[in-house]
Design a protein around this ligand. Sequence first.
Ligand code: 56B
Length: 341
Amino acid sequence: MSKAVLLPRAGGKLIAQHSKDVSINTEGVKKLAAMLLEKAKKREFFIGSWRDHTLNPKTSDEKAINWIFLCDTLNFSFWSKDENNKFMVRYKGKEYTGYWSLCAAINRAIDEGTPITDPNYYSKMTMDQLKHVMRSDSAQQMPLLEERLCVVHEAGKVLVEKYNESFVTCLKQANQSAQDLLKLVVRDFSSYRDEVDFEGQKVGIYKRVQILIADIWACCLGEGLGNFDDIDTITMFADYRIPQALVYFGVLEYSDALWEMLKSDATFRSGDRLEVEIRGCSIWATELVNQEIQDLMAADEACGDITVNSILIDHFLWDYRREHAEEMNSIPIHKIRCIYY
Ligand SMILES: Nc1nc2c(c(CN[C@H]3C=C[C@H](O)[C@@H]3O)cn2[C@@H]2O[C@H](COP(=O)(O)O)[C@@H](O)[C@H]2O)c(=O)[nH]1
């Protein structure tokens, strides 16, 4: 009988309680929460911010849902060994790197008439076709192309054979439950099974499946296909950028040994204790920030109809990190090659 898997929130709490090289600073949590609440009051971050991004879909239809599913199936490992030589896609006159280079490559393929979001196409895609879609406008090509071909083959095959060629079928089966959708995706799409062992306990970090659900929710403005009764149970998405922001804001603190390892540009192995502590503490720290904001809002009637949850806090921190890359990049990321984030 397989051991029960702890979901991200409970798993993040367990990891934070036993973490040795990563700690959460309560003062930092309070300060960040106060700052975010002020920004939320000025609507500097809210569910609509997602659509503000040029490359994101602007509709809430089946086309948008299948675009998001393909994008989040491939949403991992964009970092380069050499920060000055990154995979880059030039699209409509603008240069995109990192996560946005993936979106630009997908949109470029759509403009060129490639049915890239059709699971009948990507379930049988050849490596040459993938290389053409992901062709770079810099000297660096997209990392992990072999792994990317495998994950789209699997995802496409499952959608065609089990879900009527559309992720909308999965959505409808989940019946507006984010947690049921999470379980369905982790059960049927193995590349989303982002699970770690921590002190004898299996923990689902589940970064890509949670960002998939959150992107659908945000794209649909929480309505129609994106209407989930339990969306607030989704945690932040444990990638390699939010830890940078949490350290920057004094919420996460690293041991000297971990700092040394990060500064030495070492490559971590997926499942390493240090990696798990960074990811798990990021989840729990964001939950604590969210809880602090909820407590502040409960005591402040001016907060009326403001919605804040871990998803919106994550999106704000991720966008903020990008807008302040210069300052933030003084905080090293943990480098891992894997298909989970
Ligand atoms: N925690 C978290 N991780 C996120 C995202 C996104 C894209 N979402 C944005 C799109 C619309 C919304 O407004 C979101 O702002 C990508 N990633 C991860 O980041 C890493 C790449 O980073 P960089 O090198 O800077 O491109 C990589 O692991 C990728 O998987 C997020 O939102 N949260």
